[in-house]
Design a binder for this molecule. Structure first.
Ligand SMILES: C[C@@H](O)[C@H](N)C(=O)O
Ligand SMILES: C[C@@H](O)[C@H](N)C(=O)O
Lengths: 161, 161
């Protein structure tokens, strides 16, 4: 498959909030996001993988300035989920590889992960859309990850990256 | 925030493959996706949440006809990851809620999760892009989930849904 990647860009203006050990029952995500909405927090990425043991983890990203408010907004609703823990990481970078007309993410994914692995960069999270594969890495690895991906997909870094 | 949702659509032509207990080290995702690429498998969604205990789970979706080939392609590379297990679910449905100009996924997320929770529909996976929130539910709940979301966002179901 001819991979046509048109752009690679990064965003270090996000922080991750993760809630672990949530009951994998209908309505639980609604409780979490109602609390976050009541706190007036702007959420960008939301990632939940399948819960194979009945306990789900949900992560989402917010502006770093909103982390304290988010954790406070979750305090009350999570009281009834005794086992759930909230953790956060304010030092993350999100990098997105955009490919127009991607029929499949397999080849772009394999190439991205190779470029990152060869560079010793750990992939913390992965999220895809029809035209994009986004990953989260440590904030201090974002610049080197961005350069490695631009090189892998033959895109010249533009001046303001 | 005024939520402007323009479309809700579903796709039941996907199966989920999940690999658990992967070492959260650089290069591991590259091994997984190289094997999947060598197997000629078309991957749609890829979801990895942060690994808080050093062991990561990666899920991805493939056409149901490709599941056996995917599992076979992963057999050899995963031999060196002794603790990793591969599981799959061929009976899933993916539903996407598209909102143009979404500044934040908080309100759309809260509203989606409420509509699903009130309907007794369990959210198995969540994945977002700039303009979209996608979820995975059980295949046999996809139609009722789609209707609940169309109603929640005041979109009339079109004839071919
Ligand atoms: C964990 C959470 O997503 C739950 N499965 C729900 O449906 O709300
Ligand atoms: C789990 C896997 O994504 C690993 N963290 C990697 O970087 O390849």
């Amino acid at each position: 498959e001819e991979i046509v990647v048109s752009d690679v860009y990064s965003d270090t203006d996000q922080a991750r909030v993760t809630i672990t050990q949530l009951h994998d029952h209908p309505g639980v995500a609604a409780e979490v996001f109602s609390a976050v909405a009541d706190g007036g927090v702007l959420v960008d990425m939301i990632i939940q993988n399948v819960a194979l043991d009945g306990k789900a983890n949900i992560s989402f990203t917010v502006p770093p300035t909103d982390v304290a408010r988010t954790i406070e907004a979750l305090r009350m609703p999570l009281l009834k989920h005794g086992e759930s823990q909230v953790s956060c990481d304010e030092r993350i970078g999100k990098i997105s590889v955009v490919g127009i007309g991607l029929r499949s993410h397999t080849d772009v994914g394999a190439r991205m992960f190779h470029a990152l692995g060869d560079g010793g960069i750990n992939v913390q999270m992965v999220n895809t859309s029809e035209i994009k594969v986004s990953i989260v890495v440590a904030a201090d690895q974002t610049a080197v990850a961005l350069k490695a991906l631009q090189k892998s997909f033959n895109l010249t870094p533009n001046a303001d990256n």
